[in-house]
Design a protein. Structure first.
Length: 357
């Protein structure tokens, strides 16, 4: 069985794709975004997956790849087209090569036209393909820079993508209207740039007259991606909070474990967001915890200090997770959720007061 996740970066409208073999837990990721690497690592850990490769569909002009940072954090390898011009990849792909993950594989198909080094990745059973910026949903990537060429793109799409089965699902590198997936058959019929009876001359005329402004991050993204996303100098990437050994969840929550909090209660503000009857109930409470029910947290946030880390706690960790998001919106930076709440705290024999034995 295939594990598949479609992820989205709202800043660049980029789709990132995670695929894994459910038996072996081996995974690959396509077009990761630098600023989203924490999210990707959290998902890999939560699904118990081992990342083998980060794959790029091309050298992007609108965001910096997260491939190098994923390599640093997971030990994965970085791969893209041999014609990309990038320096520092672990593997340079030629047309027709396979990228294996467990018992599954993706086939790399050269689809230049948007850039000279574009790749489309086709799943082994040809039920899915990942087209990057070559073919978008009812559109396609631009062809006016980075060795782009409309006639080359037309041939790439017709020979390498439209040759797939009509029911093959196509997943693009971007979408700006909230669309998520299309199919070969749909695009062959309905794509306004190349579908139906439109020929190569029609397509070239359309693309040569788009008149688009250059991407906002062009001068930053392209040089960084030609270096495979590695920061200049000794940069180590995105820094994690250093005040505690925190875990970042796929839900976007920073969590701290009970055993750490037990040893550092004096260094934190512990905020219990349960209701009164729970705070005084049989589970007890952590000594020194400040009682602020979740419904009162927004109006009482001023009672907390911004200079001391905050750990939010509730019964099982759900309401306190929401509390951490509320506190961050209120301007508190060092905030974490107590993983598992009072249930886990009691299970791990954390110190309590007011509990029923």
């Amino acid at each position: 069985m295939l594990i598949f996740r479609q992820l989205f970066d709202p800043e660049s409208s980029t789709y990132t794709y995670l695929l894994a073999d459910s038996e072996t837990r081996d995974a690959v990721i396509i077009d990761p975004v630098y600023e989203q690497v924490r999210r990707e690592v959290a998902l890999l850990e939560e699904l118990n997956l081992k990342l083998g490769f980060s794959l790029e569909t091309h050298v992007h002009a609108d965001h910096v790849t997260g491939g190098w940072l994923l390599k640093e954090r997971t030990g994965s390898r970085f791969a893209l087209s041999a014609r990309s011009g990038a320096d520092g990849a672990d593997r340079y792909l030629e047309h027709g090569e396979r990228i294996e993950f467990g018992n599954r594989y993706l086939q790399a198909r050269a689809t230049p036209g948007h850039t000279g080094g574009c790749m489309t990745y086709v799943l082994d059973d040809e039920r899915m393909a990942f087209t990057g910026d070559c073919l978008l949903i009812r559109g396609c990537g631009r062809t006016d820079f980075q060795e782009g060429d409309p006639r080359t793109m037309y041939q790439s799409i017709h020979m390498q993508i439209f040759s797939l089965p009509d029911d093959c699902l196509l997943y693009p590198g971007h979408d700006y209207k909230g669309l998520t997936v299309t199919s070969v058959g749909e695009e062959k019929r309905y794509n306004p740039r190349m579908g139906g009876d439109l020929n190569e001359n029609d397509f070239a005329g359309y693309m040569d007259n788009l008149g688009l402004a250059h991407p906002k991050k062009l001068d930053i993204a392209v040089p960084a991606n030609l270096a495979c996303g590695r920061p200049e100098g000794d940069g180590a990437g995105i820094d994690d909070p250093g005040w505690a050994p925190l875990t970042y969840t796929f839900a976007g929550i920073w969590e701290v474990q009970p055993h750490w909090l037990e040893d550092h209660m004096q260094d934190c503000q512990i905020v219990d967001v349960r209701e009164q009857d729970e705070f005084e109930g049989p589970l007890g409470r952590i000594p020194g915890a400040k009682f602020i029910p979740l419904g009162q947290l927004s109006e009482r946030a001023g009672e907390l200090s911004a200079d001391t880390p905050i750990v939010a706690v509730c019964r099982a960790g759900g309401r306190s997770a929401q509390a951490t998001l509320m506190l961050r919106r209120a301007g508190f930076e060092e905030v974490a959720n107590l993983a598992g709440g009072m249930l886990r705290w009691r299970a791990q024999r954390g110190t309590v007061e007011g509990a029923s034995e």
